[in-house]
Design a protein around this ligand. Structure first.
Ligand SMILES: [Zn+2]
Length: 203
């Protein structure tokens, strides 16, 4: 069982959903929350490979100089995380996206996009955040969430894991679109064992 941001399972299939899943769990009971400090946030984006060593060092330095800004960034990221959850859990039941959540995420992503600059990366150019302010962390995830919205091509759908004490969100890219578990090896096996035991009690 995971106990921190360093060993939590990454089974959301998209950065915006991995962010949602930093609460273990959401169904049955809520928590624990793996994002307890700005250091946790930095460890998380490093694990997701969303930032390079230079960006990471820059943010670490900014957070040390101005801890208040790092705390604000953490609080805003947690708010954004819950908004992203509200937005994408709607897909599980084919409900329309809730309007306030949608406009909050879009506004945050627009602010983030305005901060992006065109950087040369190998032979390519990429739009990237400067990571010279802790607030770029939530810009990063707001942009990721809108990327997930604009990539609804194919059969992808966001699902809620139906495992007991889970409720994580994941991208279902399965052919039939009937994937039930965030992780077959964890929630899937657990649920089958439980069903087997319940069946045994009936006899
Ligand atoms: Zn699960």
């Amino acid at each position: 069982m995971a106990s921190s941001i360093f060993d939590m399972r990454l089974s959301g299939g998209h950065p915006a959903l991995e962010l949602v899943n930093t609460v273990d769990s959401r169904r049955g009971r809520w928590g624990p929350d793996f994002l307890r400090s700005f250091d946790d946030v930095l460890a998380f984006v490093e694990r997701l490979q969303l930032i390079d060593a230079r960006g990471l060092a820059g943010l670490r330095e900014r957070a040390a100089v101005d801890p208040g800004k790092a705390e604000d960034a953490l609080a805003n990221l947690i708010r954004l995380r819950e908004t992203i959850y509200t937005l994408f859990i709607a897909e599980d039941t084919d409900a329309p996206y809730p309007e306030p959540a949608l406009s909050t995420v879009v506004e945050m992503a627009r602010a983030g996009r305005a901060r992006q600059t065109l950087l040369k990366s190998n032979q390519n150019f990429v739009w990237a955040l400067p990571f010279d302010n802790p607030s770029d962390i939530f810009h990063l995830f707001a942009i990721a969430a809108t990327d997930l919205l604009t990539n609804r091509s194919g059969r992808r759908r966001v699902r809620e894991c139906k495992g007991d004490n889970c409720g994580w969100l994941f991208v279902d890219r399965s052919k039939g679109g009937r994937r039930r578990w965030c992780s077959e090896a964890s929630c899937g096996v657990h649920s089958r064992v439980k069903r087997f035991r319940a069946h045994g009690d009936d006899r």
